[in-house]
Design a protein around this ligand. Structure first.
Ligand code: SF4
Ligand code: SF4
Length: 227
């Protein structure tokens, strides 16, 4: 079992960790060639605590904080994410029980934390683990999506009418709205904000604005190729 400083992880704002033998991860999680030895450690943060510990003057505050803290808590680990992670993060979240299948606005939801939980770091360690371990608070797998029995207020909250209960979001309509001048979705997703699940874990407004602003240039570039 790799040495993991759990107290340090909690101090840094990580709320969840999962450790699994790399060989136990299914093919569907891997982007390229899989790694069949050693252990994969995933670290997630639910709620606003992680953001409150970042250096707000850093160029990439969340990623830099995640890197620094992971290296401090797992000094022998090879950091995969932030970086070119060979694993698909959304599927990893589902695999370890941190989210269900994607809901109407495209994010998987945790029954307690809603959409306000995210993987912040993934590392690989050469040491073997005898079995997969996960740390509380953790739901049993697979997570049942809270969307199943929800009246879906997220649908009406979307000003671009880009969402439906049965199909994937209309990414083009969403992107167009987000890139309009003074868009109401430049720094937030109004549908996400309307979701009642996990409201008490909602990120600080500054964190939400950071994540959504950060994505805007690539959304603009994507739109140019799809208009
Ligand atoms: S508002 Fe309801 S349907 Fe929409 S994402 Fe939240 S739980 Fe799912
Ligand atoms: S970001 Fe705005 S336009 Fe896009 S899905 Fe969310 S509410 Fe709709």
């Amino acid at each position: 079992m790799p040495a993991i400083d759990l107290e340090a992880l909690q101090r840094f704002g990580f709320t969840h960790h999962a450790v699994t033998p790399a060989a136990a991860l299914p093919d569907s999680l891997w982007l390229g060639s899989r790694r069949d030895h050693g252990s994969v450690v995933a670290l997630a943060a639910a709620g606003p605590q992680f953001w409150r510990g970042v250096d707000h003057n850093a160029a990439h505050p969340v990623d830099e904080h995640a890197k620094r803290c992971t290296q401090a808590a797992l000094p022998t680990a090879h950091l995969w994410y932030p970086g070119d992670c060979p694993l698909i993060l959304q599927r990893l979240m589902q695999h370890v029980g941190w989210s269900g299948l994607p809901g109407p606005f495209g994010m998987g939801l945790h029954p307690q934390y809603g959409s306000w939980i995210a993987v912040r770091a993934v590392a690989w360690m050469p040491e073997a683990t005898a079995a997969a371990t996960t740390a509380s608070p953790l739901s049993p797998q697979p997570v049942n999506s809270p969307c199943t029995h929800c009246p879906a207020p997220c649908l009406d909250a979307c000003p671009a009418q880009a969402l439906s209960a049965d199909t994937a979001p209309d990414l083009h309509a969403c992107a167009q709205h987000r890139c309009t001048e003074a868009s109401s979705c430049a720094e937030q997703c109004l549908a996400r904000n309307a979701c009642p699940v996990g409201v008490e874990y909602r990120y600080d407004a500054a964190q939400t604005a950071h994540h959504y602003r950060y994505a805007l240039p690539s959304i603009r570039a994507w739109l140019i190729g799809h208009d």
